[in-house]
Ligand binder design. Sequence first.
Ligand SMILES: [Zn+2]
Length: 287
Amino acid sequence: MKLVRVITLIGVYLSLTVAQAQTKKTSSGLPPKSVSVAQGQVARWAGNCLRCSLEKRAWAAVNGTCYYPVDMDMKPGHYTISRRTTGGKLETATLKVAAKECIQEDLANFPKKEYVTISTTNQARATKEASLVNPLIRFQAKERPAVFDLPVGKPAHNLPQGEGNFGACRTLNGQPRDRHTGQDYPVGVGKPVLSVGNGRVLLAANQFYSGNAVYIDHGNGLISEYFHLKSFSVKPNQTVTKGQSIGLVGETGRVTGPHLHVGVRWHGACINPGFLLIDPSDMPGVN
Ligand SMILES: [Zn+2]
């Protein structure tokens, strides 16, 4: 056990040394490149990119641009990112991750009491559903090619502003619970829910917490999630197109009222979907 830890530490030290050496080499008199982002945001490195990496994880560029999604729980600090250009050049930069304060939400006020006191049956059901979903949304070393474009499409017609509760820290009677993994939009019951991009349905099912839920794989490790639907009209493995209606807004699962919950996982990172709706040139860029 101890030996494993020592070897791991040596490995971390060596990878840091390599990263530092690469940073020095690429700087060649110029100030080292960097980009600053907050937890849940996306950084980009534009121009002739083929492959991108963040520490030990690597993925393909999208239309020549590297995107670095930062998980809402990524530890604040400095990380090494790199890109391989179409000309074969390897460049590194520093990704500076800043903490994003989370707003507090208390689940004790939920009108659906089965979500305040969870029965053993419901707990077992939720655990089983999580074990089905987690492998689908985590980082995959081999991802399908991107079939989406940025900015992505809106998940509903005349999309109102989000409720600003992405990443909210939740408590139940003072006890911490899982953070809110998406953004809630106040869209009325029965309104169509639209796929934000071309893709393939990973899962469409009724779940204890998420209610009627649809998960869509857009390639390049980008997965969009739509929860609490009144109903859905797609099946797993079905191909969908950007703007296609996949279901209707509802209030199923753990909700206080009707709304559309949209979540995004990109290379396993849980990010604020709002950042994919902006012009990519407005994302924090490496310079
Ligand atoms: Zn939500």
